[in-house]
Write a protein that binds this ligand. Structure first.
Ligand code: PA5
Length: 473
């Protein structure tokens, strides 16, 4: 049986890139800190601080999401997810990875699967267009905010609620809004209860960027007809392998056996020892590009911190970048191959694509000798050859390269990949000496937004960027 998700670290160690990578002695030297990072994660889980490791076992919540999806009126063909950051990137990654490609453009039949839309931002042009293309009677609106108070999501909700009520009246509008938020507190929880909207809870111990396997991700996934159980199965199998089913296993503490720990420890080593803070996740599967984008938030917000856990000012953190193969071979690769050695490129691929488009060996190919090499080959074969060729070229230049590979782009594989990346982030936190679960910089920006709009209680914070007319050209 093919493993749902593997991590090949050869291009990060001496076996692949000589002295540009970690030697066996380097791995021996970092093993204790890596094992301690797993223990720290286990201690925080035991203290009830972090809930993401328990989500794969919560099948009751998954069933509730599936029940909701099945009970929607058959004429509802669209769900719009109103949210931002972790409240949008996770469900969008699932939808891109597991729904049919170009799903939003396909004609709809009654019932499942429904299309999903993610406005994500508050650009008025997008919002106005969304209200033009969404049919009021055929669209359900999932407002998602863990804190309940994020300005962008509140603005989206207020616009949609007024639009829906104007079109359908308060009672019918009520049935087409579903809220995902904290179980007890926050503005959205209060509003949802007052208005009688159906609600789903985000466990308080699960932060926004770790929430993809809560109803934040599972509810839209169920509405889109995705394999929610498979997703949790894949995540659980990876959790058991890279952490442990209950207590931490010895294999999980071993940097040479645990893929999530190896990824965290080697990315940290390349940053700390070799001066490579940039992590490019380059997906050679279009469906996984949004997973790379989700990872960009996970890695950046979790590890980019001013202060270490002991209070020292460290201003540390890696810079994640999402890239697409083969597209970015014609845009970014020149820099990755020959520019500063400040990056690690993590390739994302799949052993089986499940679909192939054969390039015809017909009249056009045979009329032009320059096309002959493509005739009869598959487009997936071409893309895989480009992945291997690019990786070989970077390795030949002793550039740091990792390879995450799914057996298939299916629910188990994606669940395993998401859990691997969440665990790698959890382990990277202690290695960087920071708390991977807080986000003071994001919270400050939220407060400054409130202040800029004159919200009561925030006036003292209001400030505009410095602007010197001499430099405005
Ligand atoms: O990871 C985080 O905590 C943030 O990026 C949040 O996901 C984002 O700010 C949205 O927050 P909320 O879900 O509270 O609206």
């Amino acid at each position: 049986m093919t493993a749902p998700c593997t991590f090949d670290a050869t291009g990060l160690v001496a076996a692949g890139i000589g002295d540009a990578g970690a030697s066996e002695a380097d791995l021996d030297a970092l093993a204790a800190a890596a094992a301690a990072a797993v223990d720290t994660t286990a201690a925080r889980r035991a203290a009830g601080d972090i809930g993401f490791l328990d989500l794969p076992d919560d099948r009751a919540t998954a069933r509730a999401c599936l029940d909701y999806a099945r009970a929607l009126p058959p004429e509802v063909d669209t769900m719009v997810v109103l949210g931002i950051g972790g409240s949008s990137l996770g469900p969008r990654a699932l939808y891109s990875a597991l729904a049919r490609p170009l799903d939003p453009l396909r004609p709809r039949a009654p019932g499942l699967p429904r299309r999903l839309l993610f406005p994500d931002n508050v650009d008025p042009a997008t919002m106005a267009a969304l209200l033009e293309v969404c049919h009021p009677e055929r669209t359900v609106w999932n407002v998602v905010t863990k804190s309940g108070g994020t300005a962008e999501t509140a603005a989206q909700l207020l616009v949609v609620d007024e639009w829906l009520t104007r079109h359908l009246g308060a009672e019918r509008a009520r049935r087409l809004i579903v809220a995902t938020t904290d179980p007890h507190k926050g503005a959205l929880r209060k509003t949802a209860e007052a208005r009688g909207w159906q609600t789903f809870a985000v466990p308080p111990s699960v932060g926004g960027r770790f929430s993809v396997l809560t109803p934040v991700g599972l509810l839209p996934a169920a509405v889109a007809g995705l394999d929610v159980s498979g997703l949790l199965d894949g995540a659980r199998a990876m959790r058991d392998r890279a952490f442990g089913p209950g207590a931490v296993t010895e294999a999980a503490r071993d940097v040479r056996r645990n893929p999530a720990l190896a990824l965290a420890a080697l990315l940290h080593w390349h940053h700390a020892v070799k001066g490579r803070p940039i992590v490019v996740m380059m997906s050679y599967v279009d469906a996984l590009y949004d997973t790379a984008d989700w990872f960009r938030q996970l890695w950046a917000e979790s590890l980019g911190k001013e202060k270490a856990t002991d209070g020292r000012v460290v201003e540390t953190g890696p810079t994640p970048v999402a890239a697409r193969g083969a597209t970015d071979q014609h845009s970014q690769l020149q820099l990755y191959a020959e520019g500063p050695r400040d990056k690690v490129v993590v390739f994302l691929g799949a052993r089986e694509r499940g679909v192939e488009v054969t390039i015809p060996a017909g009249a056009l190919a045979s009329s032009q000798p320059d096309y002959a090499y493509l005739a009869g080959r598959g487009m997936g074969e071409l893309l895989d050859a480009e992945l291997r060729g690019t990786m070989a070229s970077l390795l030949g230049r002793r550039r740091a390269v990792g390879h995450l590979e799914l057996g298939r782009v299916d629910a188990e594989g994606v669940g395993a990949l998401l859990m691997l990346l969440e665990l790698a982030t959890a382990y990277a936190g202690p290695l960087y000496g920071v708390d991977p679960y807080d986000q003071p910089g994001v919270e400050e920006a939220k407060r400054l937004t409130f202040a800029a709009l004159g919200r009561d209680g925030y006036a003292d914070l209001a400030r505009a960027p410095v602007r010197d007319p001499r430099y405005v050209l």
